[in-house]
Ligand binder design. Structure first.
Ligand code: GLU
Length: 459
């Protein structure tokens, strides 16, 4: 797997280095040295922690489970990022995900650095008791490198508030007498979690799309005429008719984003397709998203996959192969499953004009370039899916004060934070020739560079 993060960061640094007004005091050889320092700092993680959790299974066997915690960069504060429970987790992937967290936090002004963790298991193959032991073992093995002011894990793919509650409790017993609420975020509300954290990523994903299309473009008409780029034209055309939306992934992110799209009062949307690890469900007239959300709650989070199940639950849809969703004739594709979903083999069949990255790194470098050059707007992961870490930050703050916000306050603050980022990035994107991802990276890298320079780190 080739990740494009490093390449785009390098391109961003090149663009910044050519702009003599940026870090104006740095000139000539000193400037070159500073920019190569930046490249080496950002493209390498500070530390990679790796352990093999020794785990007694219920069948009597004892296995060792590879697990990671990566500290990418802490320029803006303690390392922060989720712990992924998935069979495909590997070191290179966790490093890339930690790198994305550094960029994401910088982009959205979150005072955290970038970290990430991973445990190489398919959580569906373990019992509840085993998952509890694995979660606690993870904390035992990494207890010295995590903590409320060092590195604050959160849920990611395959983990949820249940694991965060277990992990926080384990941390509390390993480090008695220390503040523990801020050691993990994404906990359940009764356990010190924030209202709205569970929905935050999905809500933020939809918000990023709605804000760009509705709020930003409708308020910027005069300005858009001056900068009538291929992107602007496409987006305006799309906003004129009911938008056909397909959502890949119907988990914590996809199901919430689909619900938001379905019930949006600002845009006329029709969610015509959703998919999960088994199937795609398609209905040109729009799917009953609420019905599907209810269905998965009683079906181990899986969508209906037989006509019998569809009939029984009163949901009208055609069942297609899982990956068919990506190439359907839709206006908008929300990618909320795994990484590496749009790639060389399917990029030419993608019909959507707007792609929203709810998952991290769902588009390969090659597909990203190909689609951007065709005028497809890709709202990139670090911009679109930051809702989770933004509300994690609110959770961490609330834990410090032991005072809690209500749900409305949380969502208002989330949207305000994302709006501020979008208001900084979007005018640049519609005004220059860089794709939106590149604009986000430039902005993020710029902030990191200034702070590293002022701290005297660019020797
Ligand atoms: N795992 C989420 C992400 O990739 C959330 C991280 C967090 O809340 O710290 O952004």
């Amino acid at each position: 797997m080739h990740y494009q993060t490093k390449t785009i960061v390098q391109q961003s640094l090149d663009a910044l280095s050519e702009n003599q007004a940026f870090l104006i005091d740095l000139k000539g050889e000193e400037r070159n040295r500073a920019f190569s320092s930046l490249a080496s700092i950002l493209s390498t993680p500070n530390k990679v922690h790796k352990s093999f959790l020794r785990m007694p299974l219920e069948n009597g066997k004892v296995v060792r489970i590879p697990s990671f915690r990566v500290h990418h960069n802490d320029t803006f504060g303690p390392y922060k990022g989720g712990i992924r429970f998935h069979e495909s987790v590997n070191e290179e992937e966790v490093i890339n995900l930690a790198f994305l967290m550094t960029l994401k936090n910088s982009l959205h002004n979150i005072p955290f650095g970038g970290g990430k963790g991973g445990i190489v298991i398919d959580p569906r193959e373990y019992s509840l008791k085993e998952l509890n032991i694995i979660s606690r073992k993870y904390v035992q093995y990494f207890a010295d490198v995590i903590g409320p002011d060092k590195d604050i894990p959160a849920p990611d793919l395959g983990s949820s508030e249940r694991e965060m509650d277990w992990m926080m409790a384990e941390y509390k017993s390993i480090k008695p007498g220390q503040p523990y609420r801020g050691s993990f975020t994404g906990k359940s509300v009764v356990n010190g979690g924030s209202l709205g954290r569970r929905e935050a990523t999905g809500k933020g994903v939809y918000f990023s799309f709605r804000y760009m299309l509705h709020d930003f473009l409708t308020n910027q008409k005069d300005w858009l005429i001056k900068n009538d780029t291929i992107y602007a034209k496409t987006a305006i055309e799309e906003a004129k008719h009911p938008l056909k939306i397909a959502v890949q992934g119907f988990g914590n992110v996809g199901s919430v984003a689909a619900l938001e799209a379905h019930s949006c009062k600002y845009l006329q949307n029709k969610v015509v397709a959703v998919s999960d690890r088994n199937v795609t469900l398609h209905n040109e007239d729009g799917l009953d998203i609420l019905g599907l959300v209810k269905f998965i709650a009683g079906n181990e989070n899986d969508l209906p996959s037989t006509n019998e199940q569809l009939e029984k639950s009163g949901i009208k849809a055609t069942i297609l192969d899982r990956d068919n969703l990506l190439t359907l004739n839709v206006d908008v594709l929300i990618l909320a499953a795994l990484e590496d979903q749009i790639h060389r083999k399917n990029m030419e069949q993608i019909k959507a004009k707007i792609i929203v990255e709810g998952a991290n790194a769902p588009t390969t470098a090659e597909a990203d370039k190909y689609l951007s050059e065709k005028g497809v707007i890709i709202i990139p992961d670090i911009l679109a899916n930051a809702g989770g870490v933004i509300v994690s930050y609110f959770e961490w703050l609330q834990g410090r004060k032991t005072q809690f916000y209500n749900e409305k306050e949380v969502f208002d603050m989330l949207y305000l934070q994302m709006k501020e980022t979008m208001d900084t990035i979007l005018p640049k994107f519609f005004g220059d020739s860089f794709p939106l991802r590149q604009n986000c990276y430039i902005h993020s890298v710029m902030k990191l560079s200034v702070v590293l320079y002022k701290q005297g780190k660019l020797y």
